[in-house]
Design a protein around this ligand. Structure first.
Ligand SMILES: Nc1ncnc2c1ncn2[C@@H]1O[C@H](COP(=O)(O)OP(=O)(O)O)[C@@H](O)[C@H]1O
Ligand SMILES: [Mg+2]
Length: 217
């Protein structure tokens, strides 16, 4: 069953001088439960634009968007926010944690189902973070912060996980943790869309889509 479908999506941006540039052109994408789809393309090819539209953080100029069977082509702000909270997990290039909060608090604050500290602790432990759960985010390494961000993205058991260059600046050990987290999310039935310009996640990918001229090549 399709979890995320984009059909005929186009998007243009205006640059500082007001000129309009086409980034996506009749872009199509269809992802099912448990799939890990790698959106591959060089920098500037439109990967983040696709993820932001898929994650309801941005709107397309034309084309349709469906998530989990629901038409979200042009949702109200309320529906978009509700869908983001209940169905979508996102991980960005930088972890965007709240620096003063502990790892455990950063995850708990994102949780819509009230998760106990024990429950969150278990989730952090799966990512090798048991020892740093009570430390403030600002005291953690980049790799640890990114793993906390993964835990936060998955805390509401989303149907879609969108990961935008999630291993940016991380070493091989942390990249392996993130690869395992992506793979585990897919095993639980999550539809995973991964944007990356490197082959770091190749081994867990079910399908690769190449961005070419604003669409799938
Ligand atoms: N908010 C924006 N305003 C103007 N131009 C943008 C904006 N976001 C992205 N772009 C432009 O769209 C193109 C695709 O960007 P992006 O989706 O970030 O590509 P990628 O993630 O593959 O590097 C780039 O030329 C970028 O400069
Ligand atoms: Mg990008």
């Amino acid at each position: 069953m399709s979890i995320l479908t984009l059909a005929g999506v186009s998007k243009r941006y205006r640059d500082a001088s007001g000129r309009s540039h086409r980034v996506l052109s009749h872009f199509d994408l269809d992802i099912g439960r448990g799939e890990v789809v790698w959106l591959r393309g060089q920098s500037g090819s439109g990967k983040s634009t696709v993820l932001n539209i898929a994650g309801l953080l941005s709107t397309q100029d034309s084309g349709t968007r469906h998530i989990d069977g629901q038409d979200l082509t042009a949702p109200t702000q309320g529906l978009a926010a509700e869908t983001r909270r209940t169905k979508i997990g996102m991980v960005f290039q930088h972890s965007n944690l709240l620096p003063e909060l502990t790892a455990i608090e950063n995850v708990q604050i994102a949780s819509i189902v009230k998760r106990t500290e024990k429950d969150v602790m278990e989730r952090l432990s799966e990512l090798g973070l048991a020892g740093v759960a009570q430390q403030q985010a600002k005291q953690l390494s980049g790799g640890q912060q990114q793993r906390v961000a993964f835990c936060r993205a998955l805390v509401n058991d989303p149907v879609i996980l969108l990961a935008d260059e999630p291993n940016s600046g991380l070493d091989e050990k942390n990249t392996t943790s993130i690869r395992n987290a992506l793979s585990a999310a897919a095993d639980r039935g999550c539809a995973v869309l991964l944007a990356s310009h490197t082959s770091a996640f190749e081994t867990i990918v079910s399908r690769t889509l190449d961005m070419e001229d604003g669409r799938i090549g």
